[in-house]
Every structure is written in structure tokens, then in C-alpha cells.
Design a protein around this ligand. Sequence first.
Ligand code: 6GU
Length: 270
Amino acid sequence: MRIDVVSIFPEYLAPLELSLIGKARQDGLLDLSVHDLRSFTTDRHRTVDDTPYGGGAGMVMKAEPWAQALASVAAAQPADAGKPVLIVPSPAGERFNQALAYELAEEDHLVFACGRYEGIDERVIEWAEEYFTVRPVSLGDYVLNGGEVAVLAMVEAIGRLLPGVVGNPESLVEESHSDGLLEYPVYTKPSVWREREVPAVLLSGNHGKIAQWRRHEQYRRTAERRPDLLEAFDAGSLPRADRTALADLGYDVVDGHLKRRPDAGSQPAS
Ligand code: 6GU
């Protein structure tokens, strides 16, 4: 996969040289370049922003430096390939999640346009549709000062899904969100630590029991912390033991989906 990131703070992306993603780049699994937006300006002051039409606080990023930068990275695309995907990090975008990470990990070429200030002149986004599949994407309902930190998060989430990047691909299967639920709690040695014991079932050697306990812990955690995920979960073909565990947490299967019983207590049973 090829990734281009355009930013006025290329140094902000330095962590992409470290750890798993840095290794993937060294191993040739990920071809990632960071570009300084200011190098696409033509004025003496290397201006990238100006005041907003219509008034209001803050500054808006000018269209022309962005068009020059994006045309430059789009030109690096082989002519026979499809359009690259242009990801515009923005609190006004669609929500980034594991499903979108998997979808984007299938692409040949991603371009990230890091806006700062109040955002980028909207005409650039319209213009870019000719050369890119444009996707404004948000990490969540809070405001960052610019797209750079969001790009660090998204490139890590996408990059670790590329073939060969994570050493043991099994570790991608059993993790939070891979199956629409939060992950179960984990423990390592010693079996007793400061008088706290590891749940006995994990020391039993009974793999069926362990798998069932972990599954039920996933339901318990998800009910407590992310009930929205449980209600979106596909519960169409759950084993009887799972439905019983969920009923104990106050959830019944209705039309293939989990519905919280109105009479269930405000705290799920523990
Ligand atoms: Cl993706 N960008 C910015 N600038 N702020 C955000 C965000 C993204 N996601 C949440 N807040």
C-alpha cells in the first residue's frame, strides 16, 4: 500500500517511523511519504491560510496550495490503477471505526489531507472528486486542532491490517471490535498478585469452558461500557448459552438483534 500525507507540520508525523508502522515501511510493506503543504505555495511568505468569507473567527486554508499538493500526489498514481482515496480528517466526517479500517486496508493508495484552523476551502474538496474518492472522516465527537493526530491513529489502525505487518495474524481476530464486541479481560503470571487471583476457569485447562467464559465476559463488558454496540450486534444465530448469558445481563434477542428489556435493572446483573 502507498500512503501520502499532506500537512503544514510534517514533523507531527514522525512517530510513523517507529514501532510496527516504521518496521512495515522498512520491510517494504508500506510506502509512506509525508509532504509539506508549504512547499506547494508560490508566494514569498508561503501563505496557506486566509480569512473566511462571510466573517467569523479563525482562518481557512487556501484552495490553491491544496490543489497543487493533491495534484502532485495523485500524479504518482499509476495510470491503470483506480482513483486513490482522499481521506480528509474532520470532526464533520463519517465516523472512523474498525470496519472502515478494514475497508481502507484493501486500497492501493490512500492520501490524507491534514487541515488546520477552521478547515480547507470547500471548493478543493469538490475539485478533488475528479481525481480521488473523497472521504471526510472523524475519529469521534470531539475537536482536535488539526488532522495530524487523527492521521497517526488511522494509519496505525489501517497499517496493522496489511498482510505481514502484524507478526501473528491470529492476534487480529480476537480483539475488541473485530467481532462487534469489546475484548474479554486478560491475565498473566503470577496467578496470585497482591492477594488477587486470576479467574479459576483460566487455570482449568478446559478450553471449551475458557472460550465460553471469555465470550460471556465480552457480553458483560460490552453491556456495561458500550450498550450501543450490543444493540447493533448480529444476534441472529447465537448458541443457547450465549442467549442465557445475555438474558442475565438484561438483553433479549428480538428479530436477530439484542434489545434491552425495559424492566431490567439500571445496572446489568453481575
Ligand atoms: Cl479526524 N480531525 C480533527 N481535526 N478533529 C477531530 C477529528 C479529526 N476527529 C475528531 N476530532
